[in-house]
Design a protein around this ligand. Structure first.
Ligand code: GLN
Length: 245
């Protein structure tokens, strides 16, 4: 049987990597390799002339306001390639600051950063950080993570990734967390997100395999360790949440 291979592009790995966000790339790679699926990881940094046409999964992490400002010019220069990829149903996972850059703008405490405008939402910094563990109900499964952001994101009617069970989410008011449009997944969940959320990680891998090879089934893995990690965080928030593991 031909070796299955996916290409993952990590956008601005040195610049946007808060609270272990690059661990999401490691998790995607390992959960593919454990299934005998090869993964080619391409790093795209400021000024790189990267060929994005064969990328199956894009990843962008979070960052401090200043780093978002540094990334914004370069990411706007690759907007056409990202738009094309999104319309081709490729996966884009964006965490916190990287998520904010997908919208129209991020109005920080000092400067306003022009977002890509790929999605019709906006973010404005408030006076205090939303910090702490967070639990989100996507409707299919629960996500567990850690949030730490000044930004308040308003979706303008776009579908959220999920609804906040515990924590703050997009803006601490409308109980939405993140955004989901086609295979674009934006979220405030750091941690990193994917090691403690194997169902989301496997959903991303499944989408990429379906797009590239029209493969529907994904081999199950032993997630007992991941479930223990989820239970630990859920119990630390509220004993009643243990059933969400
Ligand atoms: N600097 C942005 C904010 O505070 C993003 C922070 C992050 O990526 N964790 O909202």
């Amino acid at each position: 049987m031909k070796m299955l291979k996916l290409t993952l592009c990590h956008l601005y790995p040195e610049l946007l990597n808060l609270y272990g966000d690059s661990g999401n790339v490691l998790t995607l790679v390992k959960r593919c390799q454990w299934r005998g699926i090869d993964v080619n990881v391409i790093n795209h940094n400021i000024g790189d002339k990267t060929d994005f046409k064969d990328v199956d999964i894009f990843f962008i992490g979070g960052g401090a306001d200043g780093n978002l400002g540094i990334a914004c010019n370069d990411i706007n220069s690759i907007k056409p390639q990202l738009e094309f990829a999104i319309e081709q149903d490729r996966v884009l996972l964006a965490i916190c600051g990287g998520y904010q850059l997908l919208g129209k703008y991020y109005k920080g405490k000092r400067d306003t950063v022009d977002g890509l405008g790929l999605l019709d939402f906006y973010t404005e910094a408030a006076d205090k950080y939303f910090v702490g563990n967070i639990v989100v109900d996507t409707g299919d499964y629960y996500l567990v993570g850690f949030e730490n952001h000044m930004g308040r994101t308003y979706l303008n009617g776009l579908n959220p990734l999920g609804h906040v069970i515990s924590g703050f989410g997009n803006n601490g008011k409308d109980k939405t967390e993140g955004v989901r449009y086609k295979n674009v997944i934006g979220t405030y969940l750091h941690g990193p997100l994917l090691p403690k959320n194997p169902k989301l990680c496997d959903e991303i891998i499944s989408i990429a395999l379906k797009n590239k090879y029209n493969i529907e089934d994904l081999q199950e893995l032993d997630d007992s360790l991941e479930i223990k990690a989820r239970q630990h965080t859920l119990k630390s928030i509220n004993n009643k949440f243990i059933s969400f593991a």
